[in-house]
Design a protein around this ligand. Structure first.
Ligand SMILES: Nc1ncnc2c1ncn2[C@@H]1O[C@H](COP(=O)(O)OP(=O)(O)OP(=O)(O)O)[C@@H](O)[C@H]1O
Ligand SMILES: [Mg+2]
Length: 264
């Protein structure tokens, strides 16, 4: 469904994407992992046609995203819902206006119908009846869920989630994971989830892909990724800062028990 071919993106001297190839299959949930700053959000913005590469192509249902005119791009975007990192709600609008924003701006659906759709989507994310609140009155987890309601308000075929659980407590994070799985089941969407959170990745993914130095260096099912022999992936999924244990870390491990004894 989404075919990313040899994508290159550079900001001044910063080569972020460097010949990235990735195929996302219809109906799957693909999780993209990778260190902060490696280009995950940049990749999602290319899929939405919000950024353009120096080289490469993205085909969505056989449409070449970077060759579309504004009108065609807008209708392609109606197929894609995006949950932006940091939610990106409009502070001056109410929750209801935020969720229904795209429908009122880009479709001819009437106001009453939009209200019904907004109420239904807020209910799906467990926040019924909060249409009149402003984003400033919401917690971080509520903002993420409102942003999710906005991303699904026009029943997209593809949902892009940028760090849906970052900054949430583990219970709220898990509630968001459940929502992703449930939306996937109910709406039969194709999803790409960008995350640092491996618990979340294992829970929602059909496949996990690791982005490193501008390319996908490994892709596989959660079980395959857990068993990988690729050191870069191992290092990331186990959360070790330095990879194989360093000389200094060995010294620290030796010193630590003595320190404990001294405290006693
Ligand atoms: N609009 C921009 N102009 C210049 N540089 C940018 C722009 N957007 C992103 N970058 C740079 O591209 C690189 C990748 O950024 P990106 O936001 O994709 O990282 P990320 O993998 O999403 O990180 P994080 O996990 O922290 O969200 C960074 O070095 C960033 O500074
Ligand atoms: Mg990001």
């Amino acid at each position: 469904m989404i075919d990313i071919i040899d994508l290159y993106k550079m900001f001044e001297k910063n080569q972020v994407l460097c010949g990235l190839d990735l195929q996302v299959q219809t109906g799957e949930t693909l999780v993209i992992i990778g260190r902060s700053g490696c280009g995950k959000s940049v990749l999602l913005k290319h899929i939405m046609g919000l950024m353009y590469p120096e080289k490469g192509a993205i085909h969505i249902d056989d449409q070449d995203v970077f060759l579309l005119d504004t009108k065609a791009l807008n209708s392609l975007r109606l197929k894609i819902g995006m949950l932006f990192q940091g939610s990106a709600l409009f502070d001056s609008l109410t929750v209801g206006e935020n969720v229904g924003f795209f429908l009122s701006e880009h479709t001819h659906i009437n106001v009453d119908e939009i209200k019904d759709i907004v109420a239904e989507k807020l209910q799906m994310v467990g926040l019924e009846g909060i249409e009149n609140l402003k984003p400033a009155e919401l917690s971080g987890g509520m903002k993420k869920r409102v942003a999710l309601a906005r991303a699904i308000c026009y029943d997209p075929e593809i949902i892009l989630y940028d760090e849906p659980t970052t900054g949430l407590d583990p219970i709220m994070a898990d509630a968001i994971n459940d929502l992703i799985v449930e939306l996937h089941r109910k709406l039969k969407v194709t999803s790409i989830v960008v995350t640092h959170d491996m618990a979340s990745a294992y829970k929602v993914a059909d496949r996990i892909a690791m982005l490193y130095e501008g390319k996908i260096v490994e892709i596989g099912t959660p079980d395959e990724i857990k068993k990988t022999s690729n050191e870069i992936v191992q290092q990331f999924i186990t959360g070790s800062a330095e990879g194989p244990i360093t000389h200094n870390q060995k010294r620290y491990i030796k010193i630590k028990p003595n320190n404990k004894r001294m405290k006693k």
